[in-house]
Design a protein around this ligand. Structure first.
Ligand code: GUN
Length: 264
């Protein structure tokens, strides 16, 4: 099943569940940046909410918003009874410290799962693991390689793969090229999240049964490109666009329903 088909199937399930509730779950989306990526993500999230029967409020703040002003908005959202949860769309403009903002969101309302005390898993790794389960990818005792060590993808992804009893190696910008090639050649699951268009290509060799999960999305002259070139000789490779971005959006609403159910 393609990711598009899988997401449509899960959305049907979620929509039916939401329709059985006597109160609509509600989410606020705070957007400060106006870059094309953020706008596309936010548009997608609002469309999903509409399709799922979830109430979504977009709080769009001017680009000149200061950290103090954003913290005030967050404080209000932490304490209101109108929204079950909210997210602050990343990246934020220069001058606003993203770590400060992530810590300011109450773990009780943190749909992104970014707060260290949040009981929720960040959306991208969560969406990926759910999809790997759905595709019945055998993970126990197998080799996983995570390329990239960001706080919102690489690190939580490595932790989740470890929970699946995989042998997890995290590679990054300081990894020696020969080691990169070695680990990739032995990997059963490769999650790449570095934002370098076409980084995984035919320079490397892959196990023919490998699964490549492509988290990268770069705007190039030839359109949106993932961190891997298309058509690598493996069992399964997620496309860009129409891949992990859809899984992330789905996981956002799965997280919102977890918060909703815990507070009902
Ligand atoms: N920017 C890119 N991905 C995400 C995400 O999952 N959550 C938020 N808040 N911002 C993002």
């Amino acid at each position: 099943m393609t990711i598009k088909e899988y997401v449509a199937f899960r959305k049907d399930e979620i929509r039916n569940l939401v329709y059985s509730f006597d109160r609509k779950p509600s989410i606020a989306i705070v957007q400060v940046n106006e870059d094309a990526g953020s706008c596309a993500y936010v548009r997608g999230k609002l469309k999903d909410a509409d399709e799922l029967g979830v109430k979504a409020d977009l709080i769009k703040l001017p680009l000149e918003t200061t950290q103090e002003e954003l913290l005030e908005v967050i404080n209000k959202l932490n304490n209101d009874h109108e929204h079950d949860g909210f997210i602050v769309q990343m990246p934020l403009p220069k001058g606003i410290n993203e770590d400060v903002i992530k810590l300011a969101v109450s773990p009780k309302k943190d749909v992104d799962g970014f707060h260290p005390l949040s009981s929720l898993v960040p959306c991208t790794p969560k969406g990926i693991i759910n999809y790997l389960h759905f595709e019945k990818i055998d993970m126990q005792g197998k080799n996983a390689v995570v390329i990239g060590r960001s706080n919102i993808v690489g690190k939580p992804m490595a932790k989740l793969l470890l929970k699946e009893n995989m042998n997890v190696t995290v590679l990054h910008s300081k990894t020696f090229p020969e080691d990169m090639a070695f680990y990739i050649a032995h990997a059963d699951v490769i999650v790449v999240a570095i934002g370098k268009a076409g980084f995984l290509d035919n320079r490397f060799t892959y196990k023919k049964d490998a699964v490549i999960v492509d988290v990268g999305i770069s705007r190039t002259e030839e359109g949106l490109k993932g961190d891997a070139i298309m058509g690598l000789p493996v069992r399964l490779q997620t496309p860009v666009p129409g891949g992990v971005g859809l899984l992330t959006r789905l996981a956002l609403y799965e997280n919102l329903l977890e918060i909703y159910s815990a507070t009902k």
